[in-house]
Design a protein. Structure first.
Length: 234
């Protein structure tokens, strides 16, 4: 199995001399612990697309970065001189620009379901998780409890969307990083969270995929470092 099949290609720096010319024209701007950057990187791995991965020059608020991405959003991509941010917009763009390994089904309603699942991640589950990040450094029990309850509600809702096993698609890309963060933060906070069985089964299906394994292997240490730093253990 080569990098294009297992998604296990190097993602930092240059040196993609073996890649076809058009693939070398893709740059991903990211920061190491960003959940949405992991989401986009996972899509690149799943589609077998090589890219050059760069830190935002001067940080995401710099004039140089804002010149490319006016909202300062991460991730951002530049493909053949075209700069685009927002992980959903990027995913749809890459799907059209690189249709060789499709990540959306042919059927219109099946496609709509994929988008529904992807947006559920971005607009429901991840925002519930986001409320937990500020709690890691100095936990406030009532806020932690409320955030865990909100995440649990979203996981119960997600169970309805993932009960049926499907081939990996665009709608899956955000979930591995979010599941990882939920596990890490709940453990760091010494809290409990009940994962619905269909979500556990979905997570296991995702974790078995080589491109998910490759992404998690490189992403997880950054997340653990972040948690250790916030908990004062770095
Ligand atoms: N809906 C956006 C959310 C992306 C997002 O929240 N990105 C964070 C990093 S994970 C960000 O840009 N933060 C601004 C910053 O770091 O300055 C997307 O899908 O791209």
């Amino acid at each position: 199995m080569n990098w294009a099949q297992n998604g296990n290609f190097p993602t930092k720096g240059t040196g993609r001399c073996g890649a076809p010319f058009h693939l070398r024209m893709l740059t991903l701007y990211s920061v190491p612990h960003s959940l949405y950057c992991s989401k986009t990187r996972l899509l690149l791995r799943a589609k077998g697309l090589a890219s050059t991965e760069l830190d935002p020059p001067g940080g995401s608020t710099s004039d140089a970065y804002r010149a490319l991405f006016p909202f300062g959003n991460l991730p951002g991509i530049v493909h053949d001189g075209f700069a685009l941010s927002d992980s959903e917009a990027i995913a749809e763009y890459l799907e059209e620009a690189f249709p060789d390994k499709p990540m959306l089904p042919q059927d219109r309603q099946a496609r709509a379901r994929v988008r529904e699942r992807s947006r559920f991640h971005d607009t429901r589950l991840e925002p519930a998780l986001r409320a937990l990040f500020p709690q890691v450094a100095k936990p406030e029990p009532a806020a932690v409890s409320a955030a865990i309850a909100a995440i649990t509600t979203r996981l119960e809702q997600l169970a309805m969307l993932v009960a049926e096993p499907q081939p990996f698609d665009l709608g899956d890309c955000g979930y591995p990083a979010t599941f990882l963060w939920i596990s890490l933060l709940v453990e760091a906070l010494h809290w409990d969270l009940v994962w619905p069985d269909p979500v556990l089964a979905y997570r296991a299906r995702l974790d078995a995929l080589p491109w998910v394994q490759a992404e998690m292997a490189s992403y997880k240490p950054h997340c653990e470092d972040w948690v250790a730093l916030k908990r004062g253990r770095a």
